[in-house]
Design a protein around this ligand. Structure first.
Ligand code: ZN
Length: 236
């Protein structure tokens, strides 16, 4: 990220932080209500995907909390912050549910059907950008830190680099993880056609990070960074 880009990103972040503090703390505004709408937006739609849901809770934290709920809390806060900027958002789920169709019976079928539905929504959204929110887990509890993965195309790569850098500079200065191309076997990412990043917000296998990821304050900070970097991306 060059200096000018960094400056613009930090401006977007500062503004996002100020506006979101107002909304999130005042409690008077509804989700996605716009109080500020800058000009020059690209007409793009941010599709926010809170990973997992329903029977599929995803990774389970060391304190016994499934990632699906943490993903949803962060996604809802992203939606609130995005609303302040007049950024159109589609949230793929707003509750602890699966998007699987009624024909799916086994958990495996439900997971596949759920992902197919998510793909359909993303691919039927014009000028979509996909932000997929997940939590990480590893057998060794000492690993921590958010990491951004990207679909293998240039806009996604640049968006991921910006997001990783803003996470490091604004949320966790000690996080030296690098943005990485997403493995091909991730179904959602290999079946969509728009720029996309998947953010593993932290490690649920690390007790300190698990506790942090469950706080409103940290979730809010993450959401401000995620929307700040998206704003930066679509303004390029
Ligand atoms: Zn996950």
């Amino acid at each position: 990220m060059d200096r000018k880009t960094k400056c613009k990103a930090l401006c977007a972040l500062t503004l996002a932080a100020a506006m979101s503090s107002f909304v999130l703390f005042s409690g008077r505004l509804q989700m996605t209500q716009t109080v500020f709408s800058p000009t020059g937006r690209s007409g793009s739609v941010l599709v926010i995907d809170p990973g997992h849901g329903g029977e599929d809770g995803g990774a389970v934290s060391v304190s016994g909390v499934p990632e699906s709920g943490i993903n949803l809390s962060i996604a809802i806060k992203c939606d609130q912050v995005a609303g302040l900027f007049g950024v159109p958002v589609t949230l793929l789920r707003t509750d602890d549910v699966s998007l699987a169709g009624p024909e799916a019976e086994t958990l495996r079928e439900k997971k596949r059907s759920d992902l197919q539905r998510r793909v359909e929504i993303v691919n039927s959204t014009e000028s979509a950008y996909l932000l997929s929110i997940h939590q990480n887990q590893f057998t060794n509890a000492r690993y921590s830190g958010a990491q951004v993965f990207y679909r293998p195309d240039e806009p996604s790569r640049l968006w991921a680099l910006e997001t990783q850098e803003l996470l490091r500079s604004s949320v966790a200065p000690g996080n030296d993880r690098q943005a990485k191309e997403i493995p091909e076997e991730i179904y959602l990412m290999s079946h969509i056609q728009c720029p996309a990043i998947l953010v593993e917000c932290g490690f649920l296998s690390n007790p300190e990070e698990d506790a942090l990821l469950q706080t409103e304050d940290y979730q809010r900070r993450l959401s401000i960074v995620l929307i700040g970097s998206y704003l930066q991306e679509i303004e390029q």
